[in-house]
Design a protein around this ligand. Structure first.
Ligand SMILES: NC(=O)c1ccc[n+]([C@@H]2O[C@H](COP(=O)([O-])OP(=O)(O)OC[C@H]3O[C@@H](n4cnc5c(N)ncnc54)[C@H](O)[C@@H]3O)[C@@H](O)[C@H]2O)c1
Length: 330
């Protein structure tokens, strides 16, 4: 990690989506490494952006409230940046089916706009894109490696696939340095807690802390590959600092776990709540992709990344965070 600190010290870094869950955690990490950090976020109503996420580092971060769909905002923020962590995006599978246009606008069209500004105004920038396991859709085999077909099963996965493909097009065509991390279900502090549509992991934590039932759909045996947010941030930092990552996509995942087992682990960590099985609501059943386990050997071999935080440890840290900071998230 010391090498990584050295490679970010004094670097000009921009994090789009930097007020959100993963982006703000990355901002904390990069400020600690001595980077010059700017965050850009739109604070969209249902998104995870929360100014409190960066409260502790507010005096060491430049904050720009703006939308990545707005070219003027990009023209203003991208020139001079050395590493651009491109995390602004939506991730709700069900919302993306209700409003596929907005999802495509942000995860697809705006990505092209961002890359155009990079090409025209800052061609030497390194861009790290937040891709998703949703790009793979229903797994044809497990664990899923990066060669698995990209056959997304919802509008969000399709738009993210397009967004990622534009990054690799600009790499191949213009030599723009771009990397994508296909992130699986991430949990940890600073996730929004107002609704369950950005992932059930955070919602389980809220239900447990409220001493409410944790509602698991179906038989709860569907497997997700849980990864703690600090481990995602470590991977983002490694990708941003590595020339070997240019033009490459990498899977991320850490702890394959059945949803019902994850929920039970949350109840143990919180010391309250209870797990209850429920039939799938129709909107969730339609976007359910079945088991997902990431093959992470590529990022382990090429970037030396490996997850450092176990599920038990990650959940203990998450619960402790929300016990303390609840007022800012509920
Ligand atoms: N959390 C996960 O489990 C997960 C899994 C796979 C991929 N990802 C991807 O990682 C990225 C970060 O996710 P997160 O969990 O931190 O979500 P988040 O909602 O907490 O953060 C995303 C941020 O982007 C901002 N944003 C969205 N659209 C924007 C726009 N048009 N202009 C400017 N800002 C905009 C939101 O307001 C929010 O603050 C997303 O691109 C997401 O698709 C997350």
């Amino acid at each position: 990690m010391h090498d990584l600190d050295a490679s970010y010290a004094g670097k000009k870094v921009l994090i789009t989506g930097g007020l959100g869950f993963i982006g703000s955690t990355l901002a904390h990490r990069l400020v600690a490494a001595g980077a010059e950090v700017a965050v850009l976020g739109a604070l969209l109503p249902d998104g995870g952006g929360n100014p409190h996420n960066i409260e502790a580092i507010r005096d060491r971060v430049t904050v720009r409230i703006g939308d990545v769909r707005d070219r003027a905002v990009l023209e203003e923020t991208i020139p001079g940046v050395e590493v651009l962590f491109n995390l602004a995006g939506t991730l709700s599978h069900t919302d993306s089916m209700k409003d596929p246009w907005t999802d495509l606008d942000i995860n697809g069209r705006a990505q092209l706009g961002l890359l155009e500004v990079c090409r025209a105004r800052n061609p030497g920038v390194k861009v790290v894109f937040a891709g998703t396991r949703a790009q793979y859709g229903r797994a044809r085999y497990l664990p899923v490696d990066e060669q698995h077909p990209l056959v997304a099963a919802d509008a969000n996965g399709i738009a993210k696939t397009a967004g990622e493909a534009y990054h690799f097009l600009y790499h191949a065509h213009y030599g723009l340095r771009a990397t994508s991390l296909r992130i699986s279900n991430t949990y940890g502090p600073r996730h929004q807690m107002r609704h369950p549509r950005q992932g059930v992991f955070g919602w389980f934590v809220r239900q447990a802390l409220d001493d409410a039932p944790l509602l698991v759909f179906g038989d709860g045996r569907q497997v997700r590959d849980a990864v703690y947010v600090d481990d995602v941030v470590e991977a983002l930092c490694r990708a941003g600092a590595s020339e070997a990552a240019d033009g490459e996509a990498f899977n991320l995942g850490a702890s394959p776990v059945a949803l019902v087992e994850f929920a039970e682990a949350v109840v143990r960590a919180a010391g309250r709540g209870r797990v209850e099985l429920r039939p799938y609501p129709e909107s969730s059943r339609r976007v359910e992709v079945g088991d997902y386990v990431a093959d992470t050997s590529k990022i382990r071999q090429r970037l030396g990344w490996r997850p450092a935080v176990s599920l038990e440890e990650g959940l203990a840290r998450t619960v402790a965070f929300y016990e303390r900071e609840r007022a800012h998230y509920w």
